[in-house]
Design a protein around this ligand. Structure first.
Ligand SMILES: Nc1ncnc2c1ncn2[C@@H]1O[C@H](COP(=O)(O)OP(=O)(O)OP(=O)(O)O)[C@@H](O)[C@H]1O
Ligand code: NI
Length: 396
């Protein structure tokens, strides 16, 4: 196996809060191989964004504090070397904040923002625009090249009238168009690794589908690697090669998309998947309870207080190790052991883990698994996507 592009090992992140020291990220291991798209899935508050912020060198410190672990990019350790981290981020990483209203400035036009990205994206080597070296005396030429590059990207993201859009302010665009602009901006710096962090607010299904489709196309076209953060397993199913299921700052399970969705082993993964409403059945099972208090997390497996298969004296002892019943399919749960193969493990999962039709406390994980077709949700799109600008017409 080749070395991963990005590798996190045994990451620990604490926060100092008024209530005490909050031990949020507790020994996370994660990697993204070259050309791979990996999703992190978990309910609100489980530590997805903190993980993303750590990777992007954007963790607010204080109150955050990285108390252990490593982050390697192409083998280079970055957590202990902030300048290297900043350089790698500028040269190789792109971020899509999927909350356009907070991440796009209201006072600049799309064109101005894209130009800023191109001017300040921190490439240390002279790129296709010979940025940085040649601003003096060549401003006009650079402006033109930047504008052309921006238009090309907006066009690739199927934004109608890209030239017109450059002169617009974010508020003049619909939600879907703003999202596309954000993706275009993330691609401007020619990253090789993208990280996308979805907000918990549900986006309209059709708009979301289109964005995922577009993102997928760009990823494939450029051969990019991506870490996609979502609370929605349906979205993960559409975009990810592999899925990490995160619970309370720990990785509960990791496997290929199909392993996680079709043969989940961890009780939490099974609960998440059960809690997704099926279109044909209104009755749903779910996971009772809430995420633990990070200032006093449960001993042992952090999920054990909510787990229907918890074993007294076992799960409340030591943190469970990662068992690997199939190559690359790992699960942090004492129901399994090193002797089990994939078949045995699945049998255990099916016989030992039974959720009693409990309620689902986290509505955001209940989004569609993706069974709903675009047509079925088209009516809602009309109502939900604001279209205050004129630039949103005609391309659907
Ligand atoms: N700036 C901060 N100060 C204090 N605690 C924080 C801070 N940021 C995050 N946390 C703690 O870390 C936990 C995980 O937060 P994080 O934003 O990573 O969750 P998430 O999985 O991204 O959730 P969501 O799906 O809602 O975005 C929070 O519940 C909170 O306790
Ligand atoms: Ni988040």
């Amino acid at each position: 196996m080749s070395d991963p592009l990005l590798e996190i090992s045994d990451l620990h992140v604490d926060f100092n809060t008024y209530d005490g020291r909050s031990k949020v990220i507790n020994g996370v291991d994660l990697h993204v191989d070259e050309g791979e798209t990996v999703a992190i899935v978990g309910e609100s508050g489980c530590g997805k964004s903190v993980t993303a912020e750590t990777i992007m060198s954007m963790l607010p410190q204080p109150p955050g504090e990285i108390t252990g672990g490593e982050l390697r990019y192409r083998g280079e350790e970055l957590l202990g070397d902030p300048p290297a981290h900043k350089r790698v981020k500028a040269e190789s990483m792109g971020m899509i904040f999927q909350d356009p209203m907070t991440s796009l400035s209201p006072v600049f036009t799309v064109g101005e923002m894209m130009r800023d990205v191109l001017t300040y994206n921190g490439k240390t080597e002279v790129g296709w625009l010979e940025l940085g070296k040649s601003v003096l005396g060549r401003r006009g030429a650079d402006e033109k090249a930047m504008r052309e590059r921006s238009i090309e990207l907006l066009d690739r993201l199927q934004i109608p009238d890209p030239e017109g859009v450059l002169d617009r302010y974010p508020v003049e665009l619909s939600g879907g168009m703003r999202q596309r602009v954000l993706i275009a901006m993330a691609l401007l710096g020619e990253p090789e690794f993208l990280i996308a962090d979805e907000p918990t607010t549900a986006l309209d299904v059709t708009v979301q589908d289109q964005l995922i489709e577009l993102l997928r196309e760009q990823i494939d076209r450029e051969g990019l690697s991506m870490l996609y953060i979502t609370h929605n397993l349906g979205v993960a199913r559409r975009i990810a090669d592999r899925i990490y299921v995160m619970y309370a700052g720990e990785i509960a399970e990791v496997g290929t998309r199909d392993e996680i969705l079709d043969e989940p082993l961890h009780p939490y993964s099974r609960g998440l998947i059960d809690s997704i409403p099926k279109l044909t059945a209104f009755q749903r099972e779910g996971i009772d309870g809430l995420l633990p208090d990070y200032t006093e997390p449960p001993q042992g497996c952090r999920f054990h207080p909510r787990c229907p298969a918890a074993m007294d004296g076992v799960c409340d002892g030591e943190k469970p190790p990662l068992y690997e019943p199939a190559d690359g399919h790992q699960v942090a749960c004492y129901l399994y052991d090193d002797q089990m193969n994939a078949q045995d493990a699945l049998e255990v999962a099916q016989t030992e883990i039974e959720f009693e039709g409990g309620s689902l406390d986290h509505p955001e994980v209940s989004s569609s698994l993706g069974d709903e077709t675009a047509a079925e949700s088209a009516d809602r799109t009309e109502m939900n996507e604001p279209t205050s600008g004129q630039t949103d017409g005609g391309n659907r």
